[in-house]
Design a protein around this ligand. Structure first.
Ligand code: V47
Length: 359
């Protein structure tokens, strides 16, 4: 039996693939077959539906003390384009959105001086002004930072935020769960154990979260695979992840520009498919069009993805690193993109409740 036949047999029987199978998939160039395997899992889970959300990203500050080498977004403070939004500016930004917005996705840098109360007030002001909008805010990295700012432990921080109105959490800040890569590119960022602890506690407190992987820089295939198996195990032990989003590294304007080429589409599609295959206990896999471009994102729907994120409004983190995708997309573009790929567009809310099926 060929490697592919063995993998297909395991998947048909509902068995997980192992590390060697995953290595084989990443080393193969039989894209059509890899796509077919991932798509068969997607079809079993979510039939021909592909989800999108009417959302808005808010990056409340670009000041950050972490100085990660893959990031083009952060500023140290005295640059002309350094900024921090006051809470009324954040409220004004959201108010500009048309009616029907379902989610605000809020992340920022690790601000050198704002107190924990700034973040609590931010969440409660948004909830007060827009009670029906899901506040999806702060990565595990920010939660760890708030714990240092406030003297509270992770549980204390998350309970306070939940009381203020936090509904869910995004999956950023995971990068690659490899100590080798962390020491080289983001030594000031929390390691896997802490990232996992924050998400496990959030899940226990009924705060659903997402998970990401940043790939296409100095990581090895084995480190990608290890990252995915770690997430699979975490979901088994502490369920609560809604969605996984692989993020391909954009080198422009980062300290790695010129040293690393942007990852190609073939690798992007293979990692997307492998995510769907390994993370059989994650309900959703996102082809994040901002990073992939709308065209590769659309092809990604044939590689196991069942979600394309949302309208976004104005994305800043990847565009600071040279992303050529539009800053936001209209609802109609999302529907067209999904329909033209042969799937059924479904507008969802932040928790994947269906708002409208465009059949
Ligand atoms: O954690 C930073 C990544 C992440 C670069 O949960 C970069 O639904 C590429 O997590 N090139 C933030 N990537 C974005 C994120 C996210 C996005 C969409 C949806 C969700 C969700 C989460 O962006 C960071 C980091 O891994 N990033 N710089 C860069 N130069």
């Amino acid at each position: 039996m060929s490697n592919f036949e063995q993998i297909e047999k395991k998947i048909e029987a509902g068995e997980p693939i192992d590390f060697e199978d995953a290595r084989f998939i990443l080393s193969s160039y039989d894209l059509i077959r890899i796509g077919k395997i991932a798509r068969s899992i997607k079809l079993k889970k979510t039939s021909k539906k592909v989800y999108f959300v009417f959302n808005k990203h808010i990056n409340y500050t670009n000041l950050c003390i972490s100085k990660c080498k893959f990031c083009a977004f952060y500023r140290l403070g005295d640059e002309e384009d350094a900024y921090t939004m006051e809470i009324d500016e954040i409220i004004d930004e959201i108010a500009k959105m048309p009616d029907g917005i379902k989610e605000v996705h809020i992340v920022g840098g690790l601000h050198p001086s704002k107190p924990f109360s700034y973040y609590l007030n931010m969440v409660s002001a948004i909830k007060r002004n827009f009670p029906s909008v899901n506040v999806k805010a702060f990565t595990a990295v920010e939660i760890d930072y708030f714990s240092k700012l406030s003297g509270l432990d992770y549980e204390g921080v998350l309970k306070e935020l939940k009381k203020a109105g936090l509904d869910s959490m995004p999956g950023g800040g995971a990068e690659v769960f490899s100590e080798r890569v962390r020491k080289k590119l983001y030594p000031n960022k929390i390691p896997y154990e802490k990232w996992a602890e924050v998400h496990a506690i959030a899940h226990r407190l009924n705060i659903p979260t997402n998970a990401t992987l940043l790939f296409g820089h100095i990581e090895t295939d084995d480190e990608i695979i290890d990252h995915l198996f770690k997430l699979r195990k975490l979901q088994q032990e502490h369920p609560g992840f809604l969605c996984f989003i692989p993020l391909s590294f954009h080198p422009a304007n980062t300290p790695l520009e010129g040293k690393i080429q942007k990852v190609d589409a073939v690798k992007e599609l293979k990692v997307l498919a492998l995510s769907r295959i390994i993370l059989d206990n994650f309900p959703h896999i996102k082809a994040y069009w901002v990073m992939l471009s709308p065209k590769i994102g659309q092809i990604g729907l044939h590689f196991g993805a069942d979600d394309i994120d949302g309208t976004i409004g104005q994305e800043r983190v990847t565009h600071a690193a040279g992303a050529k995708s539009p800053l936001g997309l209209a609802r109609d573009n999302m529907v067209e993109m999904i329909k033209n790929a042969g799937f059924i567009p479904v507008e969802r809310d932040a928790l994947y409740n269906e708002i409208e099926v465009y059949d």
